[in-house]
Design a protein around this ligand. Structure first.
Ligand code: FAD
Length: 484
């Protein structure tokens, strides 16, 4: 008997985890916009948070996750994350995944707002790369479709049945499946200053919205405080783990920035640190990470060292790294239950594209890789319980528009989004921005127009959510508002 088909959109850790757990029993296809290595997962530096040390408990991890999320998190989702976390990590270790060790024990790092060290890392600061590669090498039974950009989720009788995609030459390809899993990541590339991979521009969120899926908490976007900043441009992330190892944020005159701002100083929650740095920069101050106190910096952070050398940063002499905050992570997204199910039958969402409720109004550092692993497992477990899902695929041409659409240039849209929906937000500017967005068309006959159209839809969803939340909370900061 032929197997049922699962179509997964996205080749990050969420998509690869689900694929690994499904490929024996299903005909699994992974569609991905660029090469399979292009994802935020590949870029993750700090590691994966899990309560595995003897002095740690899921309860402590739960408490830290809730505090960071400003108590906006969903209790059951956080419970699932922190209790299944150690189990999925152990399963990966049993299957051959290696995390860094010290004196024969797993070496656990400390990051902002964690009450004790619980961050597993691999290859020093290359956890995402090592984990993604480990998973992808195991995907021997998967049909890979690289360089295919999903442009529409196909529905029939109210259920998801397939995906329309464009290849690099803008030729249409259609894939049908009994189960469609969105694992397309977040939206960092909506902003001109971001840590995110080039393919991560909110496509999946717009696709879900157009398929009538419910999205929520879209106003909660985490801005990472420390992107490498040179000559007015950002060049990737300087992990929070660097501050965990003793680096401090300073002004050009050497004065400490965070000491007087928060009891946790440099390891305060990310929204606090990012907003403080943003205010410093707005006042005309340059900000730096002072790495004087970081022991064995180059050994502990080999990938960051390579990046600093590539950009000719004289950090060995100055002990300083110039930094700037930028868009990093979306807490909200496509609303799902604990199994990754959306409100559209047979459409699932996992990883950063999903809003499971684990992150609340702000994500605790290193909880997102854990979320991709836990919910990647859960969606596969759930699909295994579903029987007789066969679809008879109707011919279903895409609803795309091929006339000359009126769309903004990408960089202009990004600048507007940063000004309006960046670290601090003004309601009147958001209203103005929404009016501006209304002047544009929707088009997806080329990858370029589809990407810009998706960015318009996604930024509209953020703007509408931001307008509805009239008080600052977590990562959503109304100008000069105070985090609750
Ligand atoms: C620089 C950086 C460092 C980070 N460090 C950490 C860390 O240390 N710990 C931690 O927990 N989290 C970290 N994060 C966050 C974490 O990496 C991500 O949240 C997580 O990897 C998301 O995984 P994912 O599988 O959901 O999505 P991704 O890994 O982003 O994968 C999404 C995939 O979908 C594809 N895609 C997108 N649109 C389409 C489309 N239209 N059609 C087809 N394919 C599409 C993309 O190309 C990509 O392959 C970091 C993020 C960044 C950017």
């Amino acid at each position: 008997m032929t197997k049922e088909r699962v179509i997964i959109i996205g080749s990050g850790i969420a998509g690869c985890t689900a694929a690994l757990r499904l490929m024996q029993d299903y005909d699994v296809t992974i569609i991905t916009k660029g090469h399979k290595e292009q994802s935020n997962s590949m870029l993750a530096q700090g590691g994966v948070a899990a309560a595995i040390s003897k002095s740690d408990t899921p309860k402590k991890h739960f408490s830290d996750t809730f505090q960071a999320g400003c108590f906006h998190n969903k209790v059951r989702a956080v419970n699932q994350l922190v209790t299944c976390g150690p189990i999925v990590i152990q399963k990966l270790i049993n299957e051959g995944m290696t995390f860094d060790e010290k004196d024969g024990e797993l070496s656990l790092g400390l990051e902002g707002a964690h009450q004790l060290p619980r961050i597993l890392h691999s290859g020093g600061d290359q956890t995402g790369k090592f984990l993604t590669t480990f998973l992808q090498e195991k995907l021997t039974k998967v049909n890979w479709q690289e360089q295919k950009m999903a442009i529409e989720i196909i529905k029939h009788d109210g259920r998801a049945i397939g995906v329309h995609c464009l290849d690099k030459e803008n030729q249409l390809h259609t894939y049908y499946g009994e189960h469609i899993i969105l694992a397309s990541g977040g939206l960092g590339q909506l902003f001109p200053v971001t840590t995110n991979a080039a393919t991560i521009s909110g496509d999946g969120l717009a696709l879900a919205y157009r398929a009538d899926a419910t999205l929520s908490d879209m106003e909660f976007i985490q801005f990472h405080p420390t992107l490498l900043f040179l000559n007015g441009r950002c060049h990737g992330l300087i992990s929070e783990a660097v501050r965990g190892e003793g680096a401090t944020l300073i002004r050009a005159d050497g004065s400490a920035i965070m000491e007087t701002v928060h009891p946790l100083a440099d390891l305060a929650p990310r929204d606090v640190v990012a907003a403080t740095l943003f205010e410093e920069i707005e006042r005309g101050n340059q900000v730096f990470l002072d790495i004087t106190k970081v022991a064995h910096f180059e050994k502990r952070f080999p990938a960051i060292t390579t990046s600093l050398d590539e950009h000719q940063v004289p950090f060995r002499e100055t002990k300083r790294i110039p930094v700037h905050p930028g868009a990093h992570f979306l807490m909200g997204g496509v609303r799902t239950d604990l199994n990754g199910k959306t409100n559209i039958p047979h459409l699932y969402a996992i990883g950063e594209v999903a809003n499971t409720g684990v992150h609340g109004a702000n994500r605790l550092a290193s909880n997102s890789l854990l979320e991709t692993l836990v919910f990647g497992e859960k969606v596969a477990e759930y699909i295994h319980t579903q029987k007789n899902n066969r679809i008879i695929a109707p011919e279903n041409p895409p609803t795309y528009q091929t006339t000359m659409p009126h769309l903004p240039e990408k960089h202009i849209l990004q600048e507007k989004i940063w000004e309006t929906l960046g670290i601090t937000r003004k309601p009147e500017k958001i209203t103005e921005f929404l009016h501006w967005l209304e002047t544009f068309d929707y088009a997806n006959h080329t990858r370029e127009t589809a990407e810009i159209s998706h960015m318009i839809i996604t930024s509209k969803l953020i703007a509408e959510s931001a307008l509805k939340r009239t008080e600052s909370l977590g990562a959503h900061r109304i100008l000069k508002g105070v985090t609750k």
